[in-house]
Write a protein of this length. Structure first.
Lengths: 925, 234
């Protein structure tokens, strides 16, 4: 019965959300029935699945089905809607092809398209059927299709090699991999051969030929294995994608993440594989990072290897990044610290690469390894060296671990730099004294100059200066006459000294500036990446809390600051998250601190930023002394709130590029919030629509279920009074009472239902131009039985124009007014119904000469469940007039009650006259 | 009103298709008291079978049947039979009635209805069913229509009608007691092009009433079926 049906259509919020998402971005789902060869029963399986879908009420259309004359298969088609094939006329006769346009036009829920690999007839929209399928999917239609393993592009060669038969109809693997579902239809080769010999696959003539060439057991076993393997790959990938999508979401929640460094050395993919396995086992999110140092660029094969490795890492769920940086260990440590990663994995590919800069000058056995340097740089990190054999993925933690995390950067090897410089000067001096005795002194000076340049380039300004001084000293002492004193006999050497010192200063300053810029750009890069990551995260968000989380993580990692998102309430007053809305209002009287002690956020400033749509607080033009920066969240439609940013270290000053990024972040957050808002709006609308539908079906069910027993009641009562034997007066009275009560009940139910329908919001009007006289006539006839003991007079001028109204509803108004009048006036009273023109309105009135309305209650009469005299003995619940008012107002009219001249009651309603349609067509003579 | 209607020598057959047993019971009792022979069916399926085998003179059809849409039933029935059909509807809205009438139903009753109303409708349909022999003169109330001379008299005084008014009058009077939907009338009198111009019809009805009814706002012959159409009552 009806109520049960309604229960099942009650909206489930989750379902709504899903359907909402589907509605907005729904593309169809592709399900492929995949088999090793023809004859395994793919089409049969597809049709069975389709029948099931059909049975569940889905609209299924058989787009194209190749039954190959198989009886069981075509039997399954019965009862399904079949799309006629399109006919192409060719020289050789007509060719039939799947009709894509008609399928798109019909837009079924599910369409069956057999043989995904089929090549279309020339002249079709797409050369290949799988392209037709893609178009169907884009149109939001679900597709079932079938595919044999030999038609997969990547396996085509292999299958050709095995069977000796090449097929030219192939489907790109990407189509197969992107399919939402793949069902493997498997049949052991022996059974398939039996089916073949039974003639179930091909008609007998074909079968023999086919058996000879293709369907021998060896081929079938091989094909089956290929199909099973390909399927296993896919399942594997499915699991990975599932995991990937989950782990990306939780990346910020967990601190136990892994970082793997990818280098261009040997086999970086093995490193990735090992790291992925480890991450999966630990169920930890993981990051794969390649550090691109200036020394190790621009090698084609190398960058391809790295790119492949990174792609693979991304596929298996890693966050992937390429960092520019001078040194691999430093960049890795930096990355790990900003993301709270506790463990770094290193494979051979990176180890091989960690040797450059100064270490180039050291003999190999003395060069520190990347892992060693990381361990020194950041003792708080676990460093794990991955085993060299990729298959043995036993990975031993190789780094020592110190209990205390050291904050900040460890001391640079500054001293060693100076030492190296001094050694260099010594070496040049020895070299010059030993081998270059006969050289011109200017050339020797050049050697010292070169040393200064190298020191400036490699070691910075200090060592460069030192090398200049030492060089000048050594040059003077050992080479300039008089030798072995610091005295200078020839004044021209003073110029040499000055030049050497200047070169050292200039190059040293230049290189150190460059170095600073490089570091700054690495930091900027990191922030941009953080911004980008936040944008990516925000793009998938559906609820507000997720926005907060994404924003929090961005500001914390990018700016070492604490963000708070403050949203406005309905009156556009900001309310601190977690605060009781009335207690922490921003509109508290001036002077009273609206500050919540714990947060340090000043709501008054936030409110100012919100109201003026301008940033305020720290570092802005408004209240710059505040320790907190307030950024309005400007979205296209309106400002969505305020982002408050509190730096952890109040002394840090934001540079302009940082504040620009902060503003960019704020607008990203604002747009995400706006989207979330509209998602909620759409959800609400959906719920409302759903509930409206629910109400309508409830009302019609009610009206049906109530009317049926009432009909029986009225009818049976009538039957009693109409039956052969005459009734005694008391019996007759009883029967009449029964009937009257049933009728009253019917009126009551009608009124209640009507009221429920009218108060549900927009009343659907069936407006037509018609004379009001007509509806007066039909109303009088409808209530004739109640008016039997009254005199009815009508006064409707003949020349009244047509008026636009819903006849059924207006009849309801008039009937209610007339029944009311009949009910509240004594028998024999006169009722007068009149209509007239009054300005731009038509006025209709129902007047009686009865006792009239209770004084002062004319206005409240039209309220729901209100009666003129509360204690009246006359039955009724006071709905009739409020229904009348709802209907009249829906017609843009007004209704009122007043005292008639006769002392009785008068009800008047108006309807707008408007412009009646053009006059009548001329009549035939 | 006990058995006032004298049954003709052969009792008329009525087929009642209704799923509610109580309603079947009182309708049957009322009709049998009038001398009809009543056959019952509680589903559309059974109804079609009965309609085919019993050759009823009248079908009373409930639109809300459990197994099949009543409108569909009507379409099937009209494929091979012209038997008058009285439709019972539990819904107040007019769309269903119009659909039923356009589908070939002859009249409708909205639930709940009394025995008196039911019998009145049944009798009216009964009278129409033998497709009354063509007469040259039609008279009802104070009105007389001479179909040969194409003239109309009200209390013996000639009344001038325009061509369209006359056509409308003749069309309505040739379907006494039957509800005609707006579309049906417009199509027959004005032609298929005007099937949606219902205001023409309303203006002409108003003209007819003003010329022929004593009290045009309380008509006796040209009745309005609100939201559905018109009914001529002799």
């Amino acid at each position: 019965m009806e109520p049960r049906r309604m229960e099942s259509s009650r909206p489930d919020p989750d379902q709504l959300l899903t359907s909402l998402r589907e509605e907005t971005e729904r593309t169809g789902r592709l399900k492929i029935f995949f088999g090793a060869s023809a004859g395994v029963g793919k089409t049969y399986a597809m049709l069975s699945a389709a029948r099931e879908a059909h049975r569940q009420g889905l609209e299924v259309l058989a787009g194209v089905i190749e039954t190959h004359g198989r009886k069981e298969t075509s039997a399954l088609l019965e009862g399904l809607q079949i799309l006629p094939l399109r006919e192409f006329v060719r020289d050789a006769g007509t060719v039939r092809e799947f009709d894509l346009d008609e399928a798109l036009r019909r837009k079924p829920g599910l369409i069956l398209v057999d043989e995904l690999a089929h090549s279309n007839v020339a002249g079709s929209r797409h050369p290949k059927r799988w392209q037709d399928v893609e178009e169907l999917l884009r149109a939001g239609i679900d597709v079932y299709s079938t595919l044999n393993v030999q038609h997969l592009e990547s396996l085509n060669d292999i299958v050709g090699g095995i069977t000796g038969i090449r097929v030219w109809e192939t489907v790109p693997d990407s189509v197969f991999d992107r399919a939402d579902d793949v069902v493997l239809v498997d049949l052991p080769p022996d059974e398939l051969l039996k089916r073949l010999s039974d003639g179930k696959v091909y008609r007998p003539a074909q079968a023999e030929q086919a058996a000879k060439h293709f369907f021998n057991k060896g081929n079938l076993v091989a094909l089956r294995e290929l199909a099973l393997r390909r399927m296993a790959d896919r399942v594997d990938a499915d699991v990975k994608t599932f995991r990937a999508s989950r782990s990306v979401q939780t990346v910020w929640a967990t601190r136990d993440a892994l970082l793997v460094g990818i280098g261009g050395g040997k086999d970086p993919e093995n490193t990735v594989r090992a790291a992925a396995r480890l991450a999966e086992r630990l169920e930890a999110p993981w990051h794969a990072v390649h550090v691109e140092s200036p020394q190790a660029q621009a090698n084609g094969a190398r960058s391809v290897r790295i790119r492949k490795a990174l792609e693979m890492a991304q596929k298996r769920g890693a966050e992937v990044a390429t960092l520019p940086g001078r040194s691999v260990p430093e960049a890795l440590v930096e990355y790990a610290r900003t993301r709270n990663i506790s463990r770094i994995l290193l494979g051979r590919s990176v180890e091989a690469e960690g040797r450059f800069s100064l270490n180039h000058f050291l003999p190999p056995f003395l060069r520190p390894s990347t892992s060693g340097r990381i361990a020194r740089l950041a003792p708080e990190l676990d460093v794990t060296r991955l085993a060299t054999d990729p298959l043995a993925d036993r990975a031993e933690p190789g780094g020592e671990r110190s209990g205390k995390a050291r904050r900040g950067r460890p001391a640079r090897g500054a001293l060693s730099h100076y030492l190296v410089t001094a050694l260099g000067v010594g070496a040049v001096t020895l070299l010059s004294m030993g081998f270059l005795r006969g050289f011109e002194l200017t050339n020797i000076a050049m050697l010292y100059l070169l040393l200064v340049l190298i020191a400036a380039w490699r070691l910075g300004r200090g060592p460069a200066l030192l090398s200049a001084f030492l060089g000048v000293l050594a040059f003077d002492f050992f080479f300039v006459t008089p030798q072995y004193t610091l005295a200078v006999s020839d004044a021209q050497y003073l110029l040499t000294f000055v030049v050497m010192l200047s070169v050292a200063l200039i190059t040293g300053t230049l290189t150190s500036g460059l170095r600073y810029q490089a570091q700054a750009s690495v930091r900027r890069e990191a922030r941009f990446k953080a911004l980008y990551e936040m944008a990516r995260e925000l793009s998938g968000i559906l609820v507000r809390e997720q926005v907060t989380a994404a924003c929090d993580c961005f500001v914390r990692t990018g700016f070492q600051a604490r963000p708070t998102l403050i949203y406005p309430d309905a009156e556009r007053h900001l309310v601190l998250p977690g605060a009781v809305s009335s207690g922490a209002r921003a509109d508290s009287p001036p002077g009273a601190p609206a500050e919540v002690p714990d947060s340090g956020i000043d709501l008054a400033i936030a409110q100012w930023a919100f109201d003026h749509n301008l940033p305020a607080g720290r570092g802005t033009d408004t209240l710059p002394a505040s320790p907190v920066l307030y950024l309005p969240l400007k979205a296209p439609m309106r400002t969505r709130g305020v982002l408050a940013i509190q730096p952890e270290d109040p002394s840090i000053v934001l540079d302009p590029s940082q504040s620009r990024q902060m503003e960019a972040a704020a607008s990203l957050v604002a747009i995400a919030l706006e989207r979330v808002h509209f998602v909620e709006v759409a959800q609400d609308a959906l719920v409302r629509m759903e509930s409206e539908r629910l109400r309508n079906s409830l009302l019609s069910a009610l009206s049906h279920d109530v009317r049926t027993p009432l009909t029986a009641l009225v009818g049976l009562a009538d039957t009693l009074s109409h039956s052969g034997e005459p009734l005694t007066p008391s019996q007759r009275e009883l029967v009449e009472g029964l009937r009257d009560e049933a009728e009253r009940m019917h009126r009551l139910v009608n009124n209640l239902l009507e009221m429920a329908r009218l108060s549900a919001g927009k009343i659907p009007l069936h407006l037509e131009w018609q004379p009001v006289e007509e509806v007066i006539g039909s109303s009088l006839r409808a209530v004739a039985s109640s008016l039997k003991r009254h005199i009815v007079v009508t006064d409707v001028p003949r020349d009244l124009p047509l008026v636009r109204f819903d006849a059924a509803l207006l009849e309801r108004v008039l009937c209610n007014l007339l029944e009311n009048a009949a009910k509240y006036t004594p028998a024999g009273s006169t009722l007068r119904v009149a209509a007239r023109r009054a300005g731009t309105m038509l006025e209709v009135e129902v007047e009686d000469n009865g006792p009239g309305l209770p004084p002062g209650r004319e206005g409240v009469l039209f309220e729901k469940f209100t009666r003129g005299d509360e204690e009246s003995a006359i039955p009724g619940i006071g709905l009739g007039l409020s229904i009348a008012r709802a209907i009249v107002e829906a017609h843009d009219g007004k209704i009122r009650a007043e005292r008639a001249l006769t002392g009785g009651a008068r009800f008047i309603f108006t309807l707008p006259l408007g412009d009646p349609p053009a006059s009548l067509p001329p009549e035939p003579a | 009103m006990p058995a006032s209607h004298i049954p003709s020598h052969v009792p008329s057959h009525v087929l009642l298709i209704e799923d509610e047993a109580h309603i079947r019971r009182f309708v049957r009792a009322a009709l049998e008291a009038e001398g009809f022979q009543v056959f019952e069916a509680e589903s559309a399926q059974r109804g079609l079978v009965e309609a085919g085998t019993r050759q009823p003179d009248l079908v009373i059809l409930d639109l809300g049947l459990p197994d099949r849409d009543g409108l569909e039933f009507l379409r099937d029935l009209r494929g091979w039979s012209h038997v008058p059909v009285l439709v019972l509807s539990a819904r107040a809205d007019e769309k269903e009635k119009i659909a039923a009438l356009d589908q070939g139903a002859d009249d409708y009753l909205t639930k709940p209805f009394g025995v008196g109303e039911l019998l009145a409708r049944v009798r009216a349909l009964q009278r129409r069913s033998p497709q009354g022999e063509a007469t040259a003169v039609l008279s009802f109330g104070d009105i007389r229509i001479d179909l040969v001379a194409r003239s109309v008299f009200l209390r013996n005084a000639p009344i001038r009608l325009t061509v369209m008014e006359y056509r409308l009058l003749v069309f309505l009077t040739s379907h006494p007691n039957k509800v005609m939907t707006h579309r049906q009338i417009l199509r027959e009198v004005w032609g298929a092009d005007h099937a949606d111009d219902s205001h023409y019809l309303r203006i002409y009805m108003s003209h007819l009433r003003h010329k022929l009814e004593k009290e045009p706002s309380q008509p006796r012959h040209f009745l309005t079926e609100t939201g559905v159409g018109y009914r001529f009552v002799g």
